[in-house]
Design a protein around this ligand. Structure first.
Ligand SMILES: Cc1cc2nc3c(=O)[nH]c(=O)nc-3n(C[C@H](O)[C@H](O)[C@H](O)COP(=O)(O)OP(=O)(O)OC[C@H]3O[C@@H](n4cnc5c(N)ncnc54)[C@H](O)[C@@H]3O)c2cc1C
Length: 261
């Protein structure tokens, strides 16, 4: 079985500051990591390979420093990695990103299963996985918490929903996006770490892919960011201290004043 896992490098924080003049995220000085959900996607790829055989290829679109994230994937035991990097891809929104990743997967060829994280912790749209599947005209399912079984033609999965899960069977090739409940990621092995130090990450540019130039980068991105703002913090809570009986009275008085009770 040929498995492709898509990973994104993201800032190691959910407290990213915004440059108010350019309306862009300030990434300088912030350490980068593999998007946490994507670590579970890698683990699922490796676990399925252990059961069903085949190979796991990890791909990522981004600037050259994303090589580090791909090397980390190598240390975990994946077979191949590919960085998709070109100035022509810069400014890609989730539509252009999913198009470029779909074109990469098309070039890899004969892929049976594509795994992505449920969402990136910086962009947070959760659009890229389903977007890839739409470009490739293959079925997809999101928020997968377990892969039950893969037969030659179908994959049966458990999809998280409020209060439980639903069982879904998809024709293959298919794409799934995964949640943290799906597995327990492994640690890098010594052999993997050594291999990651030696490997030269292949870089595919726009010229290597059969892309329509009007669909990549800024040109292929219909999203317009009007403004980005840090949400105002809500009012701070009020702590009532002292004898419980008195404080309960005060609490109720405060709630009545705000017409909550
Ligand atoms: C107008 C505009 C311009 C932008 N310009 C840039 C830019 O120049 N540089 C930049 O870094 N970002 C840029 N972004 C942000 C970038 O487009 C998004 O981060 C990207 O589309 C992914 O969306 P997301 O972060 O919401 O991912 P989600 O859809 O939340 O991610 C879901 C999953 O998809 C996969 N995935 C997501 N992104 C990638 C990727 N790049 N490679 C492999 N797998 C991936 C991962 O498995 C991830 O868990 C721009 C956004 C807009 C709207």
């Amino acid at each position: 079985m040929k498995i492709v896992v898509c990973i994104k490098q993201v800032p190691d924080t959910t407290d990213v500051k915004i440059n108010k003049e350019t309306n862009t995220l300030i990434r300088e000085g912030v350490k980068s990591i593999i998007n946490p959900y994507d670590v579970y996607a890698i683990e699922e790829g490796l676990a399925l390979k252990e059961i069903y055989g085949g190979s796991v290829t990890v791909i990522s679109m981004g600037p050259p420093q994303v090589c580090e994230a791909l090397k980390e994937a190598v240390s975990l035991g994946v077979d191949n990695v590919i960085l998709i990097s070109d100035r022509a891809f810069a400014g890609a929104d989730s539509l252009a990103t999913s198009y470029t990743l779909a074109k990469t997967i098309e070039k890899i060829g004969e892929v049976d299963l594509i795994i992505t994280g449920k969402q990136a912790i910086d962009g947070d749209t959760a659009q890229v996985g389903p977007g890839i599947a739409e470009w490739l005209h293959i079925p997809h399912s999101t928020y997968i918490k377990a892969v039950e079984e893969i037969t030659g033609e179908h994959i049966r999965v458990q999809r998280m929903i409020e209060g439980g899960y639903e069982r879904i069977e998809l024709d293959m090739p298919a794409l799934i996006t995964v949640v943290k409940e799906i597995n327990e990621p492994r640690f890098p092995s010594i052999r993997g770490i050594l291999r990651s130090r030696e490997i030269e990450v292949p870089i595919w540019t726009a010229n290597d892919l059969d892309v329509d130039e009007t669909r990549i980068g800024l040109k292929g991105s219909p999203t317009q960011v009007v403004t980005i703002a840090t949400p105002e913090l809500g009012s701070k809570g009020e702590i009532f201290r002292g004898k419980a009986e008195e404080q309960v009275q005060k609490l109720f008085a405060a709630l009545r004043e705000r017409q909550i009770v």
